[in-house]
Write a protein that binds this ligand. Structure first.
Ligand SMILES: C[S@@+](CC[C@H](N)C(=O)[O-])C[C@H]1O[C@@H](n2cnc3c(N)ncnc32)[C@H](O)[C@@H]1O
Length: 292
């Protein structure tokens, strides 16, 4: 990783982040939406001989789930060797050490991976927002994918960041204009600036690397986190997490989100933006344009 401040954040605070995630109903909702979208858009293309690369996979929570759900084999790639040690421990505990492997690397230079090695690539929640060279990361994702392979990638939502900086933080005009013009946000003093994405900017980064865009979603779009859901000290739950504690409310909001999260303008509201893209040969792209 090219920014040591990021790495020390992940190495030292990841267990706290996971603790907040485990206890917050807001993040439980967000994870349920991600899981459902994977089920709809990735799982139908997975078999027991499928190889998936999980970039910025941290402690391997998605890799272990996908392996359990589909029988696919996963490589978890991360710049943090500490987090990957945790992945190895979890994989062993689950008896999946032969199907979930780890590799330390920066996503902008995955030189140890040969071209066209993986059937699919995922990069869930923040890795792309922490990345210093998004264009290069997108090219690397394209390079390691096989033709026809799917990419499921997420980044922090730009309009949600603006909404939160205006309504929750009453940010300075200078901070708002930097966020609006350069799409960079600073959430707290532990973290350097992070890159935010609109649907269109995420799609543009991927098309510039030759990907074809299949679908783009906001996750979630209508439900917004309380400040407790994004703070390191989760000493009490947020109003929204209390509301979501009711199982019927949770189910209703989950269904509502799944109904609207792929619709143009609303997707742009997402706390995170998810893009599903595909590596297609330039010839077949031309074929699509010509209607073949
Ligand atoms: C917010 S966590 C997301 C972890 C996981 N995908 C999840 O959803 O739980 C971001 C992860 O990206 C990793 N990361 C950040 N920048 C990276 C880079 N340039 N190359 C590889 N991994 C990176 C961090 O070490 C961290 O594990």
């Amino acid at each position: 990783m090219n920014n040591p401040r990021f790495q020390s954040f992940f190495d030292h605070h990841y267990h706290i982040v996971e603790n907040v995630r485990d206890r917050s109903n807001f993040w439980r909702l967000s994870d349920s939406i991600v899981a459902e979208l994977l089920k709809q858009h990735l799982y139908p293309h997975c078999k027991t001989d499928t190889f998936i690369l999980d970039i910025g996979g941290g402690t391997g929570r998605w890799a272990l789930k996908i392996c359990n759900d589909t029988g696919a084999t996963l490589t978890v790639l991360d710049s943090s060797s500490e987090l990957l040690e945790i992945t190895d421990t979890y994989a062993k505990k689950a008896g999946l050490e032969h199907q979930v492997k780890t590799v330390v690397s920066d996503m902008t230079n995955m030189a140890m991976i040969q071209d066209a090695t993986y059937d699919h690539v995922i990069c869930l929640y923040g890795p792309l927002s922490y990345c210093q060279d998004i264009g290069r990361a997108a090219q690397e994702m394209y390079r390691v994918l096989k033709d026809g392979g799917r990419l499921v990638v997420m980044g922090h939502g730009h309009y949600n960041a603006l909404y939160s900086k205006i309504n929750n933080h009453h940010a300075s005009i200078a901070e708002l204009s930097r966020l609006k013009n350069e799409m960079k946000v600073v959430w707290n003093e532990d973290l350097p600036e992070l890159h935010t994405f609109s649907c269109r900017s995420l799609e543009s980064q991927l098309t510039a690397a030759d990907f074809a865009i299949l679908r783009t979603f906001g996750i979630p779009t209508l439900v917004k986190p309380g400040k407790e859901d994004t703070s390191m000290a989760y000493d009490h739950s947020s109003h929204i997490s209390n509301y979501l504690d009711n199982k019927d409310v949770f189910e209703t909001l989950f269904n509502l989100e799944m109904e609207v999260n792929g619709s143009g303008n609303l997707a742009n509201n997402g706390v995170n933006i998810m893009c599903i893209a595909q590596k297609v040969q330039p010839d077949s792209k031309l074929g699509n344009i010509l209607g073949n």
